[in-house]
Ligand binder design. Structure first.
Ligand SMILES: [Zn+2]
Length: 328
């Protein structure tokens, strides 16, 4: 059964051909260039998909379904990408209708964190684990939650927005309008922004700035991690705060959901034991011992392919063509 997967992200779009078992037949990526707006961007996406089909000697008629992973929030009922925070001007984009018209087959969508959780559940190292949480950890921070073998959407598809649960009412303002959200402390983009502000305002000499070539505008999470690995004192102090807030957030997730495994994305994979070791220790302060003991915290083993697999998983789950029923 041929499936088309589209992982639409704020910076890149991954398109792939594959099947319901998570086999990727071919895949290609291109920059999103989101300021071009949805019509131009979706036209390029359809062109890329048709090129992949052509090269495989296939046409849209061979597709059983299209699966789309998109930045949240989304409305599954209406097939809309609502208003992603990092893609200005993309408001209420009817992705499902677009895909069904462009390819003439059923289309399904979900937000990227939920789609990644589906990919882990169907194709990942802990596949089949019925109580599984996937934490995206890159620009932002979100969760896809599978409990009792079912993906949890919530009343209005907002389940899993753990990046915006409040850890400190008096904390820094979050772009979402609240204060002290987990994402303001631990989202890759917010961490880099807050480090930059402090380094500039207090004229701090730190390896974080050296990693950015001396240009505050170039400070990013990668450079922060590199400075931590060099034992830079300022970076280590900031890392300590990062780890404590992450432990608080992840501890809350463990306390609320009692998962068997939490799989963590990009930042956790790049940081490795620098992050996972201390995190496993520190979550003990924020959740009961039996819950912590029941939960493994692991880096995702699908990194590199998870965008493509997440889109295929959305299509496979939407069609009900998986070895497990995962949708409510
Ligand atoms: Zn927030």
């Amino acid at each position: 059964m041929k499936l088309l997967g589209i992982d639409l992200g704020g910076t890149k779009i991954a398109v792939c051909l594959g099947d319901e078992t998570g086999t990727i037949l071919s895949a290609r990526r291109m920059p999103t260039l989101s300021p071009e707006g949805p019509p131009a961007c979706l036209r390029r996406t359809a062109d890329l998909a048709r090129a992949l089909l052509n090269e495989a000697g296939l046409s849209a008629r061979d597709l059983a379904a299209v699966g789309i992973a998109a930045p949240g929030p989304v409305s599954l009922r209406e097939g809309l990408m609502l208003r992603p925070p990092n893609m200005a001007g993309w408001i209420n984009v009817p992705l499902v209708k677009w895909a069904e018209e462009a390819f003439g087959c059923p289309a399904y969508m979900n937000n990227d964190a939920n789609a990644c959780a589906l990919a882990e559940y169907l194709y990942g190292s802990c596949r089949g684990t019925p109580n599984l949480v996937y934490l995206t950890m890159s620009t932002g921070l979100g969760a896809g939650i599978i409990l009792g073998g079912r993906l949890i959407q919530g009343a209005t598809d907002l389940a899993g927005e753990v990046g915006h649960h409040v850890l400190d009412l008096n904390g820094p303002p979050c772009p979402c309008g609240q204060r002290g959200c987990l994402e303001i402390y631990c989202g890759g983009m917010n961490v880099a922004n807050r480090l930059r502000e402090r380094i500039v305002a207090e004229n701090i000499r730190t390896a974080i700035l050296d990693e950015a070539g001396g240009d505050p505008a170039a400070i990013d999470f990668r450079g922060f991690l590199a400075a931590v690995k060099k034992n830079d004192p300022f970076a280590l102090e900031a890392w300590d705060e990062y780890l404590e807030r992450l432990a608080q957030g992840v501890g809350n997730v463990i306390m609320f959901l009692n998962p068997q495994v939490i799989l963590m994305g990009t930042i956790a994979i790049h940081a490795g034991d620098l992050l996972l070791g201390p995190l496993r220790e520190r979550v003990k302060r924020y959740a009961w011992a039996p819950s912590v003991e029941a939960c493994r915290i692991l880096p995702s083993a699908l990194e590199g392919r998870i965008g493509e697999l997440s889109a295929l998983a959305v299509a496979a789950a939407g069609l009900g063509r998986t070895d497990k029923t995962v949708l409510p």
